[in-house]
Write a protein that binds this ligand. Structure first.
Ligand code: FAD
Length: 366
């Protein structure tokens, strides 16, 4: 039976980052992936690298992760661009939320700048003229996640790691994994299967949360920052069955990536025209000229969501040699590097730089 120091189930950005961090520690790693590399949630998302701060643990993981992107992105040539995030408010509630975010960022030494209505228009002339104000976070960036995922696996391979492509882990047994072709692998298993994680670990409450995105034709210099309305946090962290928020990204090639929506309880990939229309109307509220841009394609993807909005990272209690890194909802690209460092520290029995307690796989369930 082939033996490894780590078997990673899932080659999304989270599994690939964990595999690379382990390989860099000198571990012999195997990665098992049934579909395209980075073809799950990783390929469906926006690739916004953002200092999200709706809870202290979310903020800590994002801040721990973001500096790693410098090195990766440069080498990956993965459309990395530090466009910054512009949080925008259209009413007093939004301004209160901006002020709170400003205070949290200032306390954590995250560079940011408050913009009044006039400065907002100067920063982004396409914004509606009646907005209340904004907060610019210049360090945030964008990237093309599947490309980075492939680069990470190439590096794992260069360090002697094995990619078992078009194979699937069907069972966790005897301290190892059984694959769909009957192969058995010995060694600790990391389940990094995103939304499919409960198929192997039914004790984990990870639910698929569908999101819509639209990409437009090229409009170079039309938008300079990723523009996100303050209400995005309520959409992402609330538990409504259905919600939308304005979140528009200028791709380095001039296209605009337009989101966002969130839905629980949906299973198919089909685009919902009514929800798409609701999402776009919300975006037009902030960027009226977007209504004149030509949409090329719309699609859906599924975010792996947990009830408290935090990922599950660590050893799975009551299972031998089984680990998990999954449940990153809408922030798994941003937080993949920090997840990987945290996981590898725990695997090797080292004290992690980040308190692992908020991400304990079965928190709140035991
Ligand atoms: C619409 C949308 C917008 C988003 N925007 C952003 C954003 O701007 N910024 C950000 O940081 N994040 C964003 N995200 C979230 C981010 O994409 C995810 O959190 C992240 O990609 C999760 O990565 P993952 O590796 O855990 O999962 P996935 O990418 O889904 O990878 C899991 C992999 O496991 C494989 N797998 C499944 N079952 C098995 C098995 N039994 N054995 C082996 N392999 C298996 C799957 O084939 C898949 O490739 C967005 C997501 C969506 C859907």
């Amino acid at each position: 039976m082939p033996a490894y120091d780590l078997i990673v189930a899932g080659a999304g950005i989270v599994g690939a980052a964990c595999a690379l961090a382990a390989a860099e520690e000198g571990l012999r790693v195997a990665v098992v992936e049934p579909g395209p590399i980075g073809g799950g949630a990783t390929a469906a998302g926006m690739g916004h690298l953002v200092a999200m701060d709706e809870s202290p643990a979310e903020f800590a993981l994002a801040r721990y992760s973001l500096p790693w992107w410098e090195a990766w992105a440069e080498e990956a040539a993965a459309e990395f661009r530090r466009c910054g995030t512009l949080w925008v408010a259209d009413d007093e509630t939004g301004m209160v939320s901006l002020q709170a975010r400003f205070a949290r960022f200032a306390a954590a030494d995250v560079a940011c700048e408050r913009l009044d209505a006039a400065a907002l228009r100067e920063a982004e002339p396409e914004l509606a003229h009646d907005l209340a104000g904004g907060l610019r976070v210049p360090g945030d960036a964008v990237v093309y996640p599947p490309q980075v995922t492939r680069l990470m696996l190439d590096r794992v391979n260069a360090r002697g790691g094995a990619l078992l492509h078009r194979r699937k882990v069907v069972a966790l047994e005897n301290g190892g994994a059984r694959l769909d072709d009957g192969t058995r692998l010995a060694g600790p298993v990391l389940v990094a299967c995103g939304c499919d994680t409960p198929a192997l670990l039914p004790e984990l409450a990870i639910r698929p949360r569908r999101g819509h995105l639209v990409v437009t034709d090229r409009y170079p210099d039309w938008l300079h920052h990723q523009v996100v309305e303050t209400g995005y946090a309520a959409s992402a962290h609330g538990d409504a069955d259905e919600s939308v928020a304005c979140n528009v990204q200028p791709r380095p090639g001039g296209q605009l990536l337009v989101g966002s929506s969130r839905e629980y309880g949906r299973t198919g990939n089909a685009v919902s025209m009514s929800l798409l229309a609701r999402m776009l109307r919300r975006c037009f509220r902030f960027l009226p000229g977007l209504a004149r841009c030509k949409a090329l394609r719309a699609w859906t993807g599924f975010r792996p969501a947990t009830s408290d909005g935090l990922p599950c990272i660590g050893a799975v209690p009551s299972r031998r040699n089984v680990w998990v890194a999954a449940g990153h909802e809408g922030l798994g690209v941003t937080t993949a590097p920090g997840t990987a460092r945290l996981f590898v520290d725990l695997l090797l029995g080292r004290a992690p730089r980040l308190d692992p307690a908020p991400y304990a796989p079965l928190r709140g369930m035991t």
